[in-house]
Design a protein around this ligand. Structure first.
Ligand code: ZN
Ligand code: ZN
Length: 407
C-alpha cells in the first residue's frame, strides 16, 4: 500500500473538545496508520505539508435519502428506476464533495447503489442502507391520495423510498427480505409526517405487535431499528419497544427525553429540512400540503435537542433533505449552533456519535490509528468558528476518503 505522510496539521479527533498540537498523520493506503510528532520522518511515498491547517474526521450524515431526487413523493414514484439511480448517483457525489464521507440512508438506498460505490463505478460517501422504509397503510410512507386504491402500481405497495406492510407476520417477512439484501438497519414510520398527504403528525402508526416484531428481527440479525417519529406518545412507545434511533423527534419534551435516555436511544435531529423548505420550498414548487404541515413541527426542533442534551440522550446529526434542497446539507451546522449547542457538541454529533449509531466507533468519525482515512482539511479551526462548515463557507480545503483526495 502507498504510504502518505500529511505534515504540519492540527487534529480534531471526533471526541476531544480541543485541537491537538501540530502533528503528522501517516496513511497506509485507505487507513490511518499512526499519528506522529510533526517533524517525524518515515519512509513514505508522498509527503504533503498542510501548513498548519486543521484536520477533522469526514462528516457523517445519519439521515439521508439517496433516491429523494424530488420532494414530491407522488412524482418520485412515477419515475423510472434507471433515472432515479442516475439522480441518486449525483446526489451522492455532491454530498461527498460537501464533506460528507459517510451517509446513512433511511429509506430508499439499497444494495445496488452500495455495490456500485464499493466497486468504484461511482463516487460518493460510504453508504449504510436499509432499503425501503416500512409504513403501515395510511401511514407516512403511503403516498396514495385518499381517492386512490392501488392506482400507482400493482406491486403490493412497494415504492421507491418506502413500502406498505401491514401485520406482524408481514413486517417480519419484509424485515427478513431487507436483511437478506444486506440492510445495515431497518426503518419504520411510527408517527405521521410532513411529506405525506393523509396522516396527521400525532398518529400512532403501527401496532405495538408490529413494532416489536421488526425490533426482534433486527436484534436477532444484530442490527437495529430507526423510527421516524415526532410526538412524545409515539417516541416513548417506540423506545419502550426497543427502537434505537429516533429520527426528527421535534416534539420531544422533558419526560420523553428521560425515557429515551433510560432506553439508551439516540436522537437524530434534521433541522435543516424544515428550514430549507421554509427558505426555498415555495420557489422550488413544493406541494402545499407539505408546507401546511411544516409549521406543526419546525420551531420545536431546537427545544427537543435542549431537552435531550439535559437528559443525557446521545444526539447524532442528520439532514433529511429532498430534491434540490440537498444543497443545504451543511447548513444543519448553522441551525444546530443557532439553537444553542456549541461547536464541539455539533462536530461530535456529526462524527463520533454518528459512527456509534453505525456501529463503526473508532473506524469512522475518528482520527486515530486504525481508522479509515476519511477526513476534511480545513482553513481555520472549526472548534472555535463553526461557520467554517456552514453552507456557503469556502473554508474546506480538501475532502479525503479512504486515503484519497476527492475534492
Ligand atoms: Zn421522516
Ligand atoms: Zn427521511
Amino acid at each position: 500500500m502507498a504510504k502518505t505522510l500529511l505534515r504540519n496539521v492540527r487534529i480534531f479527533d471526533g471526541s476531544t473538545p480541543q485541537l491537538s498540537p501540530s502533528r503528522s498523520i501517516l496513511l497506509d493506503g485507505g487507513t490511518i496508520q499512526a499519528i506522529l510528532p510533526t517533524d517525524a520522518v518515515d519512509a513514505v511515498d508522498t509527503i504533503i505539508d498542510l501548513d498548519g491547517r486543521t484536520l477533522i474526521p469526514g462528516l457523517i450524515d445519519a439521515h439521508f435519502h439517496a433516491y429523494a431526487s424530488d420532494f414530491d413523493f407522488v412524482k418520485l414514484e412515477k419515475l423510472p428506476p434507471t433515472y432515479l439511480a442516475q439522480r441518486g448517483r449525483h446526489l451522492m457525489e455532491d454530498a461527498l464533495k460537501r464533506g460528507f464521507t459517510t451517509v446513512r440512508d433511511v429509506g430508499g438506498g439499497d444494495y445496488g447503489l452500495w455495490r456500485a460505490l464499493e466497486e468504484g463505478w461511482i463516487i460518493g460517501p460510504r453508504l449504510f442502507y436499509c432499503g425501503r422504509a416500512f409504513s403501515q397503510s395510511g401511514g407516512h410512507g403511503d403516498i396514495r391520495a385518499p381517492h386512490e386504491d392501488d392506482a400507482l402500481c400493482g406491486c403490493a405497495g412497494k415504492g421507491i423510498l418506502a413500502e406498505r406492510v401491514d401485520g406482524a407476520d408481514a413486517i417480519r417477512k419484509a424485515a427478513r427480505e431487507a436483511l437478506r439484501k444486506g440492510a445495515h438497519h431497518l426503518k419504520i414510520f411510527v408517527s405521521g409526517g410532513i411529506a405525506s398527504p393523509s396522516d396527521p403528525i400525532w398518529m400512532l402508526q403501527f401496532s405495538e405487535e408490529e413494532i416489536a416484531a421488526v425490533v426482534d428481527e433486527a436484534r436477532r440479525r444484530r442490527v437495529y431499528v430507526a423510527a421516524h417519529a415526532y410526538t412524545p406518545e409515539t417516541i416513548v412507545r417506540a423506545v419502550r419497544l426497543g427502537v434505537r434511533t429516533i429520527e426528527h423527534g421535534n416534539l420531544i419534551d422533558r419526560e420523553t427525553a428521560a425515557a429515551m435516555a433510560d432506553a439508551g436511544a439516540f436522537l437524530v435531529p434534521t433541522l435543516v429540512t424544515y428550514d430549507a423548505f421554509r427558505r426555498s420550498g415555495v420557489q422550488e414548487g413544493a406541494p402545499q400540503h407539505l408546507l401546511d404541515k411544516l409549521d406543526d413541527v419546525s420551531t420545536q426542533g431546537v427545544v427537543a435537542i435542549r431537552h435531550c442534551r439535559a437528559a443525557g440522550v446521545k444526539i447524532g446529526f442528520g439532514t433529511d433533505l429532498l430534491g434540490p434542497l440537498h444543497r443545504h446539507q451543511r447548513d444543519e451546522f448553522r441551525l444546530r449552533h443557532e439553537g444553542g449547542e456549541n461547536a464541539f457538541e455539533i462536530l461530535h454529533s456529526a462524527t463520533a456519535v454518528n459512527a456509534e449509531i453505525l456501529g463503526m466507533e473508532g473506524l469512522l468519525g475518528a482520527i486515530a490509528p486504525g481508522a479509515y482515512a476519511d477526513f476534511l482539511v480545513i482553513d481555520g479551526d472549526p472548534l472555535s468558528d463553526l461557520s467554517l462548515l456552514y453552507e456557503d463557507s469556502q473554508a474546506i480545503h480538501s475532502v479525503w476518503k479512504a486515503g484519497e483526495k476527492i475534492a
